[in-house]
Design a protein around this ligand. Structure first.
Ligand SMILES: O=C(NC/C=C/[C@H]1O[C@@H](n2cnc3c(NCCO)ncnc32)[C@H](O)[C@@H]1O)c1cc(-c2ccc(F)cc2)cc(O)c1O
Ligand SMILES: [Mg+2]
Length: 214
């Protein structure tokens, strides 16, 4: 039977990356996506911006919306301070199976809790289910039309505190116009655009970093 692209991506990790070395896992995926098959990982150029935000925030609690194959999960987890936790939500079970193996190959599983299910169902249950009070950093990289409703849901559930950082991928391509309009015009956010390119291409894209002001 035919393999899927995520399965082939995992194969490239297992063939070319060193177990327990997150950077080699990132390099293997970037090489695969640049030279073999494009895939919707945040990629190396936007990934460096993600790295700098994670290092700057040094978050104790991180929420990622949309794990896919776990590329950004590994990128974030490998830069977290000790005892920090990353919860990543993925509702496609096939992608979750792949992501768990990529995360394990990188050796960052102790910092990561991959939760299978939809953000809309799980955001309201974060406190009771995982003992999370608020998130220091949220990385949005799931369906683009869900960025805004899920942000409003996180506000309503009290999961954001004064200073919480939202970092959103793809605000130009494919684009998240309603989300951008909201975080750039709401008095409750201070927003900043980091111009970059769509992963593995020359097309413009970027990350939007928004600080929740409480
Ligand atoms: O579409 C893109 N990303 C979507 C990610 C989806 C992943 O997240 C999972 N997911 C989705 N919604 C939810 C959800 N909650 C919402 C539903 O309940 N709860 C939990 N998990 C969820 C999916 O199962 C996938 O694993 C994209 C496209 C391009 C692109 C650019 C240019 C092109 F030409 C083509 C493509 C570039 C990018 O960087 C991109 O991120
Ligand atoms: Mg993306």
């Amino acid at each position: 039977t035919q393999s899927t692209r995520p399965q082939r991506l995992l194969g490239a990790v297992q063939k070319n990356a060193t177990r327990g070395h997150p950077r080699s896992v990132i390099q293997a995926i970037d090489h695969f996506c640049r030279n073999k098959e494009w895939a919707m990982n945040v990629g190396d150029e936007k990934g460096c911006i993600l790295d700098s935000v994670v290092s700057e925030v040094s978050p104790a609690t991180v929420l990622e919306l949309g794990t896919y194959c776990g590329y950004s999960t590994v990128r974030i987890a490998s830069r977290l301070p000790p005892h920090a936790k990353l919860i990543t939500l993925e509702f496609n079970p096939e992608f979750a199976v792949i992501a768990r193996q990529v995360i394990a190959w990188a050796g960052v599983e102790d910092k990561v809790q991959l939760v299978e299910g939809a953000s809309g169902d799980w955001i309201p249950r974060m406190k009771e289910q995982f003992g999370v009070k608020t998130f220091d950093l949220v990385f949005l990289d799931h369906w683009k039309d869900r960025y805004l409703p899920d942000t409003k849901l996180m506000e309503e559930c009290g999961l954001l505190r004064k200073g919480s950082i939202l970092l959103a991928d793809n605000v130009i391509c494919p684009g998240t116009p309603d989300y951008l309009e909201y975080v750039r015009n709401s008095p409750r956010y201070e927003s900043q655009y980091f111009k970059s390119h769509l992963e593995y291409t020359k097309v413009e894209d970027g990350l939007e970093k928004s600080v929740f002001l409480g």
